[in-house]
Ligand binder design. Sequence first.
Ligand SMILES: [Zn+2]
Length: 259
Amino acid sequence: MRLSYRPFQNKHANYIKLAPYRGIFKEGVPILTYHKIGEPAETVRMKSLYVRPALFERQLTEFQRAGFQTAKLSHWKSFTNPNRRQFVITFDDGSNSVFQSACSSLHKFGFSAIQYLVADLIGGKNEWDIMNGEVEDSLMGESEVRAWLSAGHEIGSHTLTHARLTRIDPKQAREEIFSSKKKLEDRFGVPIRHFCYPYGNWKQWVRNLVEEAGYETAVTTNAGVCTDITDPFTLPRLNVERSHRTWRTLISRFLPWTL
Ligand SMILES: [Zn+2]
């Protein structure tokens, strides 16, 4: 079977810096996955969902120096040509930390991004994680989403409730996919063309519902880069990892002038 995207040999590859990826980015266009921008509290369980603002800015600097520009998913048909040096920045869940800490960096580099919102939790909390014992995180409210849009960024749907779509009743899955699109469109007055599978959880029937609902693309957690034969409803991404505490990060913290 021919794969519809350029997968990585290491399925758990996490993006931290550009150097190891330069080769693969010549074969396809990367879509980066971020969740929250900030330093996680000690009590946070899933610390890997956080990227520190300094690391985020360093990553953007590397892309800019290498001549990359951000692409919008709406133009995915043309952006799959890697020679154009484009990349896509995506944020899952609508965390307020992104609004607080990523906007100024994005603006500084002239980059744009898409935020996938949980339509029934605008201005609420990460209920789907809190249920499993995670620390509360504030989600962008209506005014933050409007400011995000005015800054030239996009929004997409991440369902109504952050549902695990393949494990719920198909009727309910349909509702999560269709109604979230309509609710976000009615509330913010922009077309919602892009979808993100919560937990990267999808199967063919879920993918088909997304297409039927009128979306143009959907992103997964499959690791890879996009090529001209990529299925737009199962776009691979690269998860951005909070860098681990190595001697280098420790030094940069306490003796930043040495690096
Ligand atoms: Zn999510």
